[in-house]
Write a protein that binds this ligand. Structure first.
Ligand SMILES: Nc1nc2c(c(=O)[nH]1)N[C@H]1C(S)=C(S)[C@@H](COP(=O)(O)OP(=O)(O)OC[C@H]3O[C@@H](n4cnc5c(=O)[nH]c(N)nc54)[C@H](O)[C@@H]3O)O[C@H]1N2
Ligand SMILES: Nc1nc2c(c(=O)[nH]1)N[C@H]1C(S)=C(S)[C@@H](COP(=O)(O)OP(=O)(O)OC[C@H]3O[C@@H](n4cnc5c(=O)[nH]c(N)nc54)[C@H](O)[C@@H]3O)O[C@H]1N2
Ligand code: SF4
Ligand SMILES: [Mo]
Length: 911
C-alpha cells in the first residue's frame, strides 16, 4: 500500500494568525471568571500586550480566594488564534464553505427560520444551546425562540448534565433551588460525595474540602463505582454498583427512622409524603444487609456510613454526574434529599443537599429558562406563567407548551420533524449519546447554523449551511452563575479577533430581521442583563426563588464593576442571601417540601452474553470536554495523552488484554478503539472511558458513539454512565509517534491521537503494519531535507524532516506492546538548529524512543511520574510536603496532590 501523503502546501499553510492583533496595551489585571467548571473561580488576567495574557487566581473571589486548578492555571496557553473561527462562512451550491459577511449570514438564518415556520410550523425549528454561553447569550436565545419564533424547542447540553438535579429540586422543593453555599463545605463535619470525582472535576472546591478536613476534621465519604482520585482519599469509600444509589439512600432513610434519628418536628412542620417515602424505602432496603447486598457494598461499610450520617448534624451531600446521568437520576436526587429533609438538615450552616454544577454557566442557563421544559426566570409552562412572560416580553408568538428535550430533539431531527437548527456553544456530534446517530441526523437538516469559537470540530463537520464566529473567553463580556448561585462577571481583556461577535448580538440581529426590532434592541450585555433581572422580579413578590430585582436598574458602570454576588438579590441594598429554606418554607403551593418514593433502581439496559461489561464514562483531571480549548495546552496534554479504558485486571486477563494494548469497545450503537489501562480500583465487569476524545483529535476515541443514553422519565437526562459493551484486543504490534512543528495531520495508521506538545503537536500511533510504506511516502512529500531509517529486523523505524536546519517532523515507530514515550526527544522540536551528528543519531536508531519519564503528574511544574517515583524511592519518609520541597510537585494548583498521595501509598503498601 502506498500511503497518502500530506500536501506540501499543508506544511506552510496552517500557521494562521497566531495571536490577537490588538491587545489593549498597558492594561492592568482584569478581573474575570474561569470558563471551565461550575466552581466559578475568579481569575486575574493581565494582557501581555502581544496577544496573550498572564493568568492568576483572584484572591478576592469568594469561590477560590486566589487558587486555580491545573486547567485554570493553563488558560494563558489556550488564547492563541491558530484554531479559531474568525469569519462567518456559508455553504455554497457546490457544497464548499466560503467566507461571507455578517449581514448575509444573519439574513440567511432569519430567512431559513421564517420559511421553515411558514411551511412546517414553529416546532420545525430548534435551538441547541450550552452551559458555556453567558447568561446574556442564553437569555437572548431563549427569548427569541419561546417568545418570537413560537417554539419551546430550545434545549441545551445541560440536559446531559444538570437536568436530573433540576427535576429533583422541583419535585422536592417546588423550585430549582440549590439551597447552600460553598461556605457550608467549610463548616461541615461530614461531606458525602455521590457520583462526584471532585478532586478532578471540581478541584478548587475539593481543595476547600481538604482544608476543612485539616482544620476541623471533616469526614469524607465517597460513593462511586470506581476508586477515583477522590475516593482514594476518603475516610470511607462505598464502591456502589452502577445505578444503585437510591438503595444506599433508601437504606439510610430506613436506618434513620429505625434508630430514632429523624427530626420529627421538622418533618411534621415542613414536609409532606414522609410515610409513603419511608414505606417505599423499606421495600427497597428493609435492612442494612439487604441494602448492602443490593448496592454491592460491604454491610459493615454501609453501616459505618449510616452511623456517621445519623450522628453528624453538619452534613453536606454533594452529587454530580454519577447521580444525574442516569435513567433514574431524578429518583436518585430525591432519595438523597429525603434523608436531608427527614433530619431537618437543610437551610442551616454546614448542612444540606448540594448539586455540583458542571459548566461555568450551567446555573445561569437554568435561570434564563434555557431548558425546553422551563420558561425564563424559573417559571414553568403553566397558563398564568406563560401569560406573565408573554406580557413582559410583549411576545407575539409565545410558546404554549414544553419543547423537545435534547435526546428527543435529535430524534426529531433524524425523523425530519425538526428541519432548521441553530447550535450555539456545544459539540453534540461528540457529546450526545448515540453520537453517530446524532451526527447523521445533523447532516439531514434542511438548515443548520452553528455559532462556534473554533474552525473545526466534529459538529462543524456535519455539513452546516452557516457557521458564525463567536467571541471566546477573554473577549466576551457578561455574567455566569456558579454552583452556589453566585453571579460573577466574565470580562473581556483581549480585543475581538477577526469578525467574531457576541452570541447575544447574533441572536438579537436575527430577532430584528424577523421584525422584532424593539424586543431585541439591546446595545450591550448590560442591557440584556438588566432585562433578565427585571423579568426575574416581574410580578414575583417572593413567590419565585430566583429574583434579581435589586440589579434591574443597575447603571452600566455598576455592571462593569459588579462584584460576585449570590442570588436572590431582591432589592438594591441586598448583598445576596446566603441560604435558602432557613425558615422551613419551600416553593411548593403549601410551602412544604415533598418526600419522594423512588422506583426500584435498575439500569436501563442489562448486560448479556454479547455485551457483558458496563461502560461508565466521565472526565479526566486536565482536559475539558471535547478539548477545543484545553487541548491546546501542552502541559494539560502531558497527564493522560491518549483515549483509554480502565479495566479490572481480572476482566482483562481472560481476553488476553494487557496494560497498554489497543482494545475495541463495541455497543449496539457504535464502536471506539482506545488504550487498555489495567486498574485494580475498577469494579469487576465495569469499564471506564473518558469523554474527551473526538473525531477531530483521535482515530476512534469518540466514546459517545457507544452510549445508549436511555432517558430519565422526569428529567429527560440520558444515562451516560452505564452502557452494555463488549471488548476485544486488537493486535497493533507497531507503536510510536510523530512530532511536528506544524500540524499536517495524522499519518495513515489504524490508531492515532493528537496531543499538544511544547513547540508543536504530536500524534501517538499504533498500527498492525510496519510503517515503511507511509514513512517512505511522507519522506518524499516532505521534501529534500527529509530522510527515513528502516531497521525491519529490529522492528525500528525513524523519519525526520528539517526546515532551515530545524527539526520539522520526527517520527518513531517500533515493535512494542507499550506506547512509546516521546519526552526524551521532545526538546528537539522546540530547540533551534539541530547539529549534523544529532541528526544522524536520530535516524540511526541509536536514540532511544521507548525510555522516558512517564506522564506529567504535576502539570504546573512539569514533574513527570519517574521523578516522583525516584524521590519516593530515595526517601523513606517522603510525603506530599517533601515532594513539594524537592520537586515543587503539587505546590502550585494542588490538583495533583491526590495522585501524589496515591503514589506514596502505593510505595508504602509494597514496602
Ligand atoms: N477536569 C474536568 N473537570 C470538569 C469537566 C471536564 O470536562 N474536565 N467538566 C465539568 C462538567 S460539565 C461536569 S458536568 C462536571 C462533572 O463532574 P463529575 O460528575 O464529578 O465527573 P464525571 O467524571 O462525569 O462523573 C463522576 C463520577 O460518577 C461515577 N459514577 C458512574 N456511575 C455511577 C453511579 O451509578 N453511582 C455513583 N454514585 N457514581 C457513578 C463515575 O465513576 C465518576 O467517577 O465536571 C466539570 N468539571
Ligand atoms: N458519554 C458521556 N457523554 C457526555 C457526558 C458524560 O459524562 N458522558 N457529559 C455530558 C455533559 S455533563 C456535558 S456538559 C457535555 C459537554 O459537551 P459539549 O458541550 O459538546 O462539549 P464542549 O467541548 O465543551 O463543547 C463546547 C463547544 O462550544 C464552543 N464554545 C465555547 N465557548 C463558546 C461561546 O462562548 N460561544 C460559542 N458559540 N461557542 C463556544 C467550543 O469551541 C466547543 O466546540 O457532554 C455531555 N456528554
Ligand atoms: S476549579 Fe479549576 S476549572 Fe474549575 S473554575 Fe476553578 S480554576 Fe476553573
Ligand atoms: Mo456538564
Amino acid at each position: 500500500m502506498n500511503a497518502p501523503v500530506p500536501a506540501q502546501a499543508a506544511l506552510t499553510a496552517l500557521t494562521g494568525p497566531a495571536v490577537h492583533l490588538a491587545a489593549p496595551a498597558g492594561q492592568g489585571a482584569v478581573r474575570t471568571t474561569c470558563p471551565y467548571c461550575g466552581v466559578g473561580c475568579g481569575v486575574l488576567a493581565t494582557p501581555d500586550g502581544a496577544g496573550g495574557a498572564a493568568v492568576a487566581g483572584d484572591p478576592e473571589h469568594p469561590a477560590n480566594f486566589g487558587r486555580l486548578c491545573s486547567k485554570g492555571s493553563a488558560l494563558g496557553e489556550t488564547l492563541g488564534l491558530g484554531t479559531r473561527l474568525l469569519h462567518p462562512m456559508m455553504r455554497g451550491a457546490d457544497g464548499s464553505m466560503a467566507r461571507t459577511g455578517w449581514d448575509t449570514a444573519l439574513d440567511r438564518i432569519a430567512q431559513a427560520f421564517e420559511d421553515t415556520i411558514e411551511r412546517h410550523g414553529p416546532d420545525a425549528v430548534a435551538l441547541y444551546l450550552s452551559g458555556q454561553l453567558l447568561t446574556e447569550d442564553y437569555y437572548a436565545a431563549n427569548k427569541l425562540a419561546k417568545g418570537f419564533l413560537g417554539t419551546a424547542n430550545v434545549d441545551t447540553n445541560s440536559r446531559l448534565c444538570m437536568a436530573s438535579s433540576v427535576a429533583g429540586h422541583r419535585r422536592a422543593f417546588g423550585s430549582d433551588t440549590v439551597p447552600g453555599s460553598y461556605a457550608d463545605l467549610d463548616e461541615a463535619d461530614l461531606v458525602v460525595l455521590v457520583g462526584s470525582n471532585a478532586a478532578w472535576c471540581h478541584p478548587i472546591l475539593y481543595r476547600r474540602l481538604e482544608a476543612a478536613r485539616l482544620k476541623r476534621g471533616t469526614r469524607l465519604v465517597v460513593i462511586d463505582p470506581r476508586l477515583t482520585a477522590t475516593a482514594d482519599d476518603a475516610d470511607l469509600f462505598l464502591p456502589v454498583k452502577p445505578g444503585k444509589d437510591a438503595i444506599v439512600f433508601a437504606g439510610l432513610l430506613t436506618w434513620l427512622a429505625d434508630g430514632d434519628h429523624l427530626d420529627e418536628a421538622y418533618v411534621a412542620a415542613h414536609t409532606r409524603g414522609f410515610d409513603e417515602a419511608l414505606a417505599a424505602a423499606r421495600r427497597l432496603a428493609p435492612s442494612v444487609e439487604a441494602a448492602a447486598l443490593e448496592a454491592g457494598v460491604a454491610a459493615e461499610d454501609l453501616a459505618a456510613f449510616y452511623r456517621l450520617f445519623a450522628g453528624t448534624g453538619r452534613t453536606v451531600t454533594c452529587y454530580s454526574q454519577g447521580v444525574n446521568q442516569s435513567a433514574q437520576g431524578t429518583d436518585k436526587v430525591g432519595a438523597i434529599i429525603n434523608c436531608h429533609i427527614a433530619t431537618g438538615r437543610i437551610g442551616r450552616p454546614g448542612m444540606g443537599p448540594f448539586s455540583l454544577t458542571g459548566q461555568p454557566n450551567a446555573m445561569g442557563g437554568r435561570e434564563v429558562g434555557g431548558l425546553a421544559n422551563q420558561l425564563a426566570a424559573h417559571m414553568n409552562f403553566t397558563a398564568p406563567e406563560i401569560d406573565r412572560v408573554r406580557r413582559f416580553w410583549q411576545a407575539p408568538r409565545m410558546a404554549e407548551r414544553e419543547g423537545l428535550k435534547a435526546v428527543q430533539m435529535f430524534e426529531a431531527i433524524a425523523a425530519g420533524r425538526i428541519k432548521a437548527l441553530w447550535i450555539l456553544g456545544t459539540n453534540p456530534a461528540v457529546s450526545l449519546p448515540r453520537a453517530d446517530a446524532a451526527r447523521d441526523a445533523l447532516r439531514r437538516l434542511d438548515f443548520l447554523a452553528i455559532s462556534e469559537n473554533v474552525a473545526t470540530n466534529d459538529t462543524l463537520g456535519c455539513r452546516p449551511h452557516l457557521i458564525l464566529p463567536a467571541l471566546a473567553w477573554g473577549e466576551k463580556d457578561g455574567t455566569v452563575t456558579n454552583s452556589e448561585r453566585r453571579i460573577s462577571r466574565q470580562r473581556a481583556f483581549l480585543a475581538p479577533p477577526g469578525e467574531a461577535k457576541p452570541d447575544w448580538w447574533a441572536v438579537a440581529e436575527v430577532g430584528r430581521r424577523l421584525g422584532f426590532g424593539e424586543a431585541f434592541a439591546w446595545r450591550s450585555a448590560a442591557d440584556v442583563f438588566r432585562e433578565h433581572a427585571a423579568l426575574s422580579s416581574f410580578e414575583n413578590e417572593g413567590v419565585r426563588d430566583f429574583d434579581l430585582g435589586g440589579l434591574k436598574d443597575m447603571p452600566d458602570a455598576a455592571f462593569d464593576a459588579m462584584a460576585p454576588v449570590q442570588w436572590p438579590v431582591r432589592r438594591p441594598e441586598d448583598t445576596g442571601e446566603k441560604r435558602f429554606f432557613a425558615d422551613g418554607r419551600f416553593y411548593t403551593p403549601d410551602g412544604r417540601a415533598r418526600f419522594v418514593a423512588p422506583d426500584p433502581p435498575a439500569l436501563a439496559t442489562a448486560t448479556d452474553a454479547e455485551f457483558p461489561f458496563i461502560l461508565n464514562t466521565g472526565r479526566i483531571r486536565d482536559q475539558w470536554h471535547t478539548m477545543t480549548r484545553s487541548g491546546l495546552s501542552p502541559r494539560l496534554a502531558a497527564h493522560l495523552p491518549v483515549p483509554f479504558v480502565e479495566i479490572h485486571p481480572d476482566d482483562a486477563a481472560p481476553l488476553g488484554i494487557g496494560d497498554g494494548d489497543a482494545v475495541r469497545l463495541v455497543s449496539i450503537h457504535g464502536t471506539a478503539v482506545v488504550e487498555a489501562q489495567l486498574v485494580p480500583g475498577q469494579r469487576r465487569h465495569n469499564l471506564f472511558a473518558p469523554i474527551h476524545w473526538s473525531g477531530a483529535n483521535s482515530s476512534a476515541g469518540r466514546i459517545g458513539a457507544l452510549v445508549a443514553g436511555t432517558t430519565d422519565p422526569f428529567s429527560g437526562q440520558p444515562e451516560s454512565k452505564a452502557t452494555p459493551v463488549r471488548m476485544e484486543r486488537l493486535d497493533m504490534p507497531f507503536r510510536g509517534f510523530v512530532l511536528m512543528r506544524r500540524d499536517i495531520g495524522p499519518p495513515p495508521v489504524a490508531c492515532w491521537a493528537r496531543a499538544a506538545v511544547e513547540g508543536g503537536v504530536g500524534y501517538i500511533l499504533a498500527d498492525p503494519q510496519p510503517p515503511r510504506d507511509w514513512m517512505t511516502g511522507w519522506c518524499a512529500a516532505l521534501g529534500a531535507d527529509a530522510a527515513d531509517y528502516d531497521d525491519a529486523g529490529a522492528g525500528r523505524y525513524r523519519l525526520a524532516a528539517f526546515e532551515g536546519g530545524r527539526l520539522a517532523v520526527l517520527g518513531f515507530m517500533e515493535r512494542s506492546r507499550q506506547r512509546l514515550d516521546w519526552s526524551g526527544v521532545l526538546p528537539l522540536l522546540a530547540d533551534g538548529v539541530i547539529a549534523p551528528d544529532q541528526r544522524r543519531a536520530l535516524l540511526s536508531g541509536r536514540t532511544e524512543g521507548g525510555a522516558g519519564a512517564g506522564p506529567l503528574v504535576c502539570a504546573c511544574h512539569g514533574v513527570p511520574r519517574a521523578a516522583i517515583e525516584a524521590a519516593i524511592a530515595g526517601d523513606p519518609r517522603a510525603s506530599v510536603e517533601s515532594l513539594g520541597r524537592c520537586l515543587k510537585a503539587g505546590t502550585n494548583c494542588g490538583s495533583c496532590i491526590p495522585e501524589l498521595r496515591r503514589m506514596l501509598r502505593q510505595v508504602m503498601e509494597v514496602t
